[in-house]
Design a protein around this ligand. Sequence first.
Ligand code: A8S
Length: 179
Amino acid sequence: ISVPDNHFHYHSHPVGPNNNQCCSAIVRSISASIDTVWSIIRRFDNPQAYKNFLKSCHVIVGDGKVVGSLREVHVITGLPAASSIERLEILDDEKKVMSISIVGGDHRLNNYRSVTTLHRTAEDDGGDGDRTVVVESYVVDVPQGNTKEETRVFVDTIVRCNLQSLGQIAEKLDKATSI
Ligand code: A8S
């Protein structure tokens, strides 16, 4: 996949000194325009639109657009978690960069921070090929009693599911609006 823009610096996370953090990145290409994909991602107040593990979300501080806004999400049952409080770190409509950090809640992912960037691909010629590449990277503390590898597999699985669902929704939306 060719990623022409140069937003990779956003994905270099500072990792803590005592070697108890892990990080990873997931890349997915989507057959929809970058604006369509961004219109879904940018809604800090509505992550459950594509994140299937979430059942509710409420913005508790800010308006969901200003940096420092906080949201409280509740997750579906069957996960080793109940809720999460998340802070908006970056929302850049021009560069199409979003970042959130987890600052509280009832779960095992301490000091989680993710950055999501969107990239137009070379094939963005109005055809129906892949037109947007999404890159999501994260860093998180390895929970007590788990290995780095276990943590990476767990979080990668969640992020991969989210980006797959994002792709499906964006592709549908794009088809519907191009008729
Ligand atoms: C995101 C990414 C993640 C969300 C994780 C990793 C989470 O919402 C779920 C299960 C957990 O154990 C932790 O972009 C937490 O949402 C689905 C509650 C934070």
